[in-house]
Ligand binder design. Structure first.
Ligand code: FDA
Length: 392
């Protein structure tokens, strides 16, 4: 079989690339080893797919080359994707901070992409493994479960390593290496952090307890959002966000009360309710069980009148700067994304084409561009897929 463009991976980036190339009149085939397309789209955003973020800027991405994503993101914006969603009459809403979700189901986004593929004459084959890829005169010869395919352009859209049970493989990285590309070390991102030993024992039984607002801080990076205690450690949006920046041994700190100056507040409470115990008072600033635990571990609980102002100011300081000794992350099993990947220095930032092998493209998560939590990763998948689809 001969095609103009063969896309490996029927995920967000691969389908967008196929649609764009198909609309240009190219003969496009998408193959995926999974039994259905867009599995990660289906499971995303708790089943409602946080399909973009209206505030997307290159600053919302991690990459060894922070400039790489600029061109593609500027040429396919969140507004472009929203226009597509609206064309298909999919209802959506903004949850917070520019995050757009489907009102109903992620299935509608996959349906929309497949309808666009059909309209553009793109063929999508699932349960179709790829075994061998060779560069030949005028293109690539690719061995697939459905027979050999000759393609003028080959687009690698196989995603990252997170959630192997959903079909994630390291195939894209292997292919990149086969063609002489550098693959930067990969690690799990947007992932819960684990605690161990006494650090775990101290907070383990708080599993399930949520703090609506916290600020996770690592160097100059800080994320203000919810925090969740788990059996193994810490999760919630602020932790997931900072996890992409965290490396073992890093000095991670949590502000448990970022919106209220805890020291001033405690001093005020001492004046208003001198007989109340610290743990009772703190239980109004923080979830009660957490306040109780901190009083067992960090500060002795006495009636407020027994504290000097400086002591309350110091308690406040500790609440704003809780040092976390994380032992690791939960890894790819629960990570939303994979950091690292195909080195952007060897790709064109306007087309995603390999600088080493003409006609070979890498898009989406397999590339060393990783977004924050909040719809940024899909926006990168759409934008990089579109950039490659315009030229492949
Ligand atoms: P993606 O992983 O989507 O697709 C890769 C495809 O390649 C898969 O279909 C896979 O089967 C196929 N493949 C892999 N190896 C292959 C091989 N050897 N042969 C053939 N096919 C192969 N992002 C966001 O912006 N908003 C959100 O709400 C969420 N939510 C979310 C929830 C969860 C639980 C996860 C795990 C992730 C998210 N994400 C997210 C991240 C987002 O899903 C992710 O960044 C994109 O799906 C990446 O798109 P890609 O197309 O690059 O890879």
């Amino acid at each position: 079989m001969n095609v103009d463009v063969l896309v490996i991976g029927a995920g967000a980036a691969g389908l967008m690339c196929a649609i764009t190339a198909g609309q240009r009149g190219k003969r496009v085939l998408v193959v995926d080893h999974a039994n259905k397309p867009g599995k990660k789209i289906l499971m995303s955003g708790g089943g409602r797919c946080n399909f973009t973020n209206m505030g997307t800027t290159p600053a919302n991405f991690l990459s060894a080359n922070p400039h790489f994503a600029k061109s593609a993101l500027a040429r396919y914006t969140p507004w472009d994707f929203v226009a597509l969603v609206e064309k298909h009459r999919i209802k959506y809403h903004e949850k917070e901070l520019g995050q757009l979700f489907c009102d109903e189901s992620s299935k509608l986004i996959v349906r929309m992409l497949l309808d666009e593929c059909a309209a553009a004459g793109v063929e999508v084959r699932t349960s179709c493994a790829v075994n061998q890829v060779r560069k030949v005169e005028g293109g690539f010869r690719v061995g697939t479960a459905a027979g050999e395919v000759h393609a003028t352009s080959l687009v690698v859209a196989t995603g990252g390593l997170s959630i192997p049970s959903m079909g994630a493989t390291g195939f894209g990285y292997e292919l990149a290496k086969q063609f002489g590309h550098t693959v930067l070390p990969t690690r799990a991102g947007l992932v819960p952090l684990t605690l161990s030993g006494k650090h775990q024992e101290r907070y383990q039984d708080l599993a399930g307890l949520a703090l609506p607002v916290s600020e996770a801080k690592l160097g100059r990076q800080a994320f203000r959002a919810g925090l969740l205690f788990t059996h193994r450690g810490l999760s919630g949006p602020s932790i997931l966000q900072i996890s992409s920046y965290w490396q073992p041994g890093d000095d991670l700190r949590i502000d448990l009360s970022p919106d209220v100056d805890a020291g001033d507040w405690l001093i005020g409470q001492r004046a208003d309710r001198p007989a109340a115990e610290l743990k009772t008072v703190l239980g109004e600033l923080l979830p009660k069980r957490l306040a109780q635990r901190l009083c067992e571990l960090w500060f002795e609980s006495r009636p407020m009148r027994q504290y000097r102002e400086a002591e309350l100011a110091d308690i406040g300081k500790q609440l704003h700067d809780w040092p976390i000794t994380a032992s690791g992350t939960e890894g790819y099993r629960t990570a939303e994304v994979t950091l690292g990947g195909v080195d952007t220095n060897e790709l064109s930032s306007t087309t995603m084409e390999s600088r080493r092998v003409p006609g070979l493209y890498f898009i989406g998560e397999v590339v060393d561009v990783t977004g924050w939590l909040g719809g940024y990763n899909f926006q990168w998948a759409w934008a990089s897929g579109h950039a490659a689809g315009e030229v492949a």
